[in-house]
Design a protein around this ligand. Structure first.
Ligand code: GUN
Length: 300
């Protein structure tokens, strides 16, 4: 079997189109423009790239974009004061503090100082608790993007065996909660899991989010299963020339694609969905803040 390739780039463009439609409606019918504030502390090059891309796409869907770039030595008090100001700004519906933060800043304290209703990353402890108890929350963007792709491919996920490889707070744990919410039978596997290949072989849905290049080979995949590869790893690619690199996922693409029913490529799979879902969460937050119906299909 050769797997259907789930085109995350096209899917993300579709989601951004839906977000843009909601933004237009909010402006035309209610005179409201959703606003997203991104806070970057320091000059980490990868973070700068992400933040630039987020700002550009926020404007493209018609929302207000605010960027706060703070010096790497910014004190915790100054950062908390900025977050307080954004929490109290009615034109801002989403606040994202780019991670990782410089070492002298307490990441948990900073994230938990964001108003949970504006926490479009879904990292605030209140949102973690709400998701864990099946209540309305802000859902972390990458798992939300994976869920949207899975729902689109399968229709109903009810009763399917899902194995999430990886137990991070950002992907593995919220992903497993979302799959459980859609009535999957969920296993969270990780580096200490016994007989990991056999555990994965039982899965109708595999979500790989471990950060280890090409760790999941095709012979771990049940024929016809859906493989969602969250990993983005840069590895040496001497075949492309000296010093060259390429991006690979946590799954070995070629061998998994031979067995799977559907698979997300790297790049161009889950990656583009993360920012699309950030924009979706901002619209959702804006609707909730104004007592309006939430956009259908853009939430968990
Ligand atoms: N750094 C890398 N990915 C993310 C993300 O999704 N949210 C935040 N806040 N920081 C990140």
């Amino acid at each position: 079997m050769s797997a259907k390739v789930i085109d995350g780039k096209a899917f993300a463009a579709k989601v951004r189109g839906q977000v843009a439609e909601h933004v237009t409606r909010l402006k035309d019918e209610h005179g409201i423009t959703p606003g997203l504030a991104v806070v970057l502390v320091g000059e980490d090059p990868a973070s700068q790239v992400y933040v630039r891309s987020k700002g550009k796409m926020t404007l493209e869907v018609g929302m207000k974009s605010v960027e706060h770039k703070l010096d790497a030595n910014t004190s915790e008090a100054d950062l908390l004061a900025l977050i307080d100001q954004l929490n109290n700004d009615d034109t801002i519906h989403g606040i994202l503090v780019q991670l990782p933060l410089p070492k002298h800043l307490n990441e948990d304290l900073v994230i938990n100082s964001i108003d949970p209703s504006k926490d479009v990353d879904g990292f605030h402890i209140s949102n973690v608790g709400l998701l864990g108890t099946g209540q309305k929350s802000m859902v972390p963007c990458t798992p939300l993007g994976c869920l949207m792709m899975l729902r689109d491919h399968h229709g109903s996920l009810s009763g399917l065996n899902a194995v999430v490889v990886g137990r991070s707070n950002i992907v593995g744990k919220p992903m497993s909660q979302l799959l459980l919410g859609d009535s999957c039978t969920v296993t969270i596997a990780h580096s200490r899991t016994k007989d990991l290949p056999d555990v994965v072989r039982g899965a109708d849905i595999v979500v790989a989010a471990v950060g280890r290049p090409e760790m999941v080979p095709g012979d771990w995949i049940k024929p016809g299963a859906t493989v969602i590869d969250v990993g983005i790893n840069r590895i040496d690619a001497p075949e492309k020339g000296e010093g060259k690199t390429r991006l690979v996922g946590d799954c070995h693409y070629e061998s998994c694609a031979e067995v799977a029913g559907a698979i997300t490529p790297v790049p161009g799979g889950v990656g583009p969905m993360t920012i699309a879902c950030l924009l979706a969460n901002t619209v959702t937050s804006c609707c909730r803040a104004n007592g309006l119906d939430e956009p259908e299909g853009l939430t968990a």
